[in-house]
Design a protein around this ligand. Structure first.
Ligand SMILES: Nc1ncnc2c1ncn2[C@@H]1O[C@H](COP(=O)(O)OP(=O)(O)OP(=O)(O)O)[C@@H](O)[C@H]1O
Length: 351
């Protein structure tokens, strides 16, 4: 296990062969992973072991085997010290309906040891930061899901932690609410320098938000790498063109013209984020020139021509059994199952 400190570039969370067995289920199975500063996504299907890992890292639930450190503190013996330094946003709705956001967050700040005045000031700042204004004086019971998620986020931040664990913070939010929450999460790190471990079963949103992504399935580590490695630039070119009166299927016309010049293409329409696009392998500058000339000769407009990037979702392939699989043959991924043989809902891509 790496030496752990909060200095940029080294590990803030480290686990070594960490296992958690319940009577019928192995929730974590010899998980060894190091997480550095920044925003890290922990992605996996429902039941993959994400919440279990967070509870162990907070010192709230003992591991069956293995060990883990958070901010250099051993989770088995230093739970209280870890919880002083780490904020936690739980997955499920756990807010008291009859008190206001201000009352609740002040209470949580006081529980964290802040004196009364500091607790009130920090609460006001934090609620403003998460986007709760006048409504912060109303009882939480009348809040929307998005507002409740913001209150849960605020209470995780109010004691100015070095690190926060956010368990499925976008759960139950509509696309706009999800984007707002992801923006807030990003700013937790950029504005305050707080490191973030955020869980989700939606791969696409982690791709946009995180510096680093850890993928777990059936309690096992599938992959841990920087988001840029996940979304590496490939030599595949994505080309999208306009249609014209002469060529009502502009894409088809370009495809035929390229085929006539010996360039193979694929239809990329089914890929995440792709519209009506052609994919082809770039063989250097000549390929760009050829595509440009073909489009110009046909009198079509070029909408975009860009190098395609891998999407994190490509580490998962639906082969009928929702089996996670590798994006490349060089990183084979197993398809472990829990002890009870069940596989829960597979991790999805939110487009
Ligand atoms: N206290 C418990 N007793 C028995 N089994 C448990 C307990 N807590 C979790 N599990 C099981 O351990 C596995 C991992 O659960 P966990 O909640 O960590 O998954 P998760 O990845 O967080 O998914 P979700 O987002 O659905 O909570 C699941 O099969 C779950 O049923």
């Amino acid at each position: 296990m790496a030496h752990v400190t909060t200095v940029e570039g080294v590990t803030v969370i480290a686990t070594e062969s960490l296992s958690k067995r319940f009577p019928r289920v192995t929730a974590l199975d010899r998980l060894s992973v190091d997480v550095g500063p920044g925003v890290t996504g922990l992605v996996g299907a429902n039941g993959a072991g994400k919440s279990t890992l967070i509870k162990i890292l907070l010192g709230l639930s003992p591991a069956t085997e293995g060990r883990a450190e958070v901010l250099g503190l051993d989770v088995a013996t230093k739970g209280a010290a870890i919880r002083e330094r780490v904020g936690y946003m739980p997955e499920h709705d756990c807010l008291p309906p009859d008190v206001s956001a201000t009352e609740f967050v002040v209470h949580m700040a006081r529980m964290s040891g802040l004196p009364p005045t500091a607790a009130r000031e920090r609460t006001a700042d934090t609620l403003r930061h998460v986007g709760l204004y006048e409504e912060r004086y109303r009882p939480i019971g009348g809040y929307s899901t998005g507002m409740k998620q913001r209150v849960k986020l605020a209470q995780a931040l109010v004691h100015d932690p070095q690190l926060v664990f956010l368990d499925e913070p976008t759960n139950g939010l509509d696309p706009v609410g999800r984007d707002e929450m992801l923006g807030l999460i990003r700013r937790i790190h950029t504005d305050f320098g707080i490191s973030v471990l955020v869980t989700s079963h939606l791969l696409g949103e982690l791709e946009r938000t995180c510096d680093h992504v850890v993928v777990v399935d059936g309690g096992k580590l599938l992959r841990s790498s920087s988001t840029t490695d996940f979304t590496q630039t490939t030599t595949t070119l994505a080309v999208e063109v306009t249609d014209s009166d002469e060529h009502p299927d502009g894409t088809g016309a370009v495809r035929d013209a390229l085929h006539a010049r010996g360039v193979r293409t694929e239809d990329g329409s089914g890929l995440p984020g792709a519209g009506h696009v052609l994919l082809l392998t770039a063989q250097g500058e000549e390929t760009y020139d050829l595509v440009r000339d073909v489009i110009a000769d046909l009198g079509l407009g070029l909408v975009r021509m860009e190098q395609r990037r891998h999407h994190i979702a490509e580490v998962f392939r639906d082969d009928g059994a929702n089996t996670p699989a590798s994006a490349s043959p060089s990183t084979p991924l197993s398809a472990p199952r829990n002890d009870d043989g069940q596989r829960k809902e597979a991790a999805g891509h939110d487009g």
